[in-house]
Design a protein around this ligand. Structure first.
Ligand SMILES: [Zn+2]
Ligand SMILES: [Zn+2]
Length: 121
């Protein structure tokens, strides 16, 4: 199960993992896959990526990183590490009046190159 998620180049949902794994374990149920993915997330081996508009995705990359999402086809990719302004967290902390701000979760949006190509035709 872990291998299936780690192998995925994208951020698969449970259905994708289920289809992959059921080729090797034909009797496995979707519920089992959900439970295994939840357990792997709890152990920190993968990350659950909750979406407002669809099922959770599972991310093999457990480092802090940003995502970019295509508005057209919905694919989500990792953004290579970029340097954020050093004072960003401090600005957010001041604006929010939080005691402490130490996490960032950002999602960028746009149109992927494959979709851009399609609309050009
Ligand atoms: Zn796209
Ligand atoms: Zn990711």
């Amino acid at each position: 199960m872990l291998a299936a998620v780690k192998m995925a180049k994208h951020h698969p949902d449970a259905k994708w993992v289920y289809e992959k794994v059921s080729r090797e374990i034909p009797n496995i149920s979707l519920g089992t896959v959900y439970r295994a993915l939840a357990a792997l997330s709890a152990e920190g081996l993968i990350r659950e990526y909750r979406r407002a508009d669809g099922p959770s995705l599972y991310d093999p990359n457990t480092e802090d990183h940003f995502h970019i999402r295509c508005r057209s086809c919905g694919r989500i990719e990792d953004v290579p590490p970029v340097q954020l302004p050093d004072d960003m967290l401090e600005s957010i902390r001041r604006a929010s009046e939080f005691a402490r701000v130490d996490q960032v979760r950002l999602e960028f949006g746009g149109i992927c190159s494959a979709c851009a190509e399609k609309t050009r035709e």
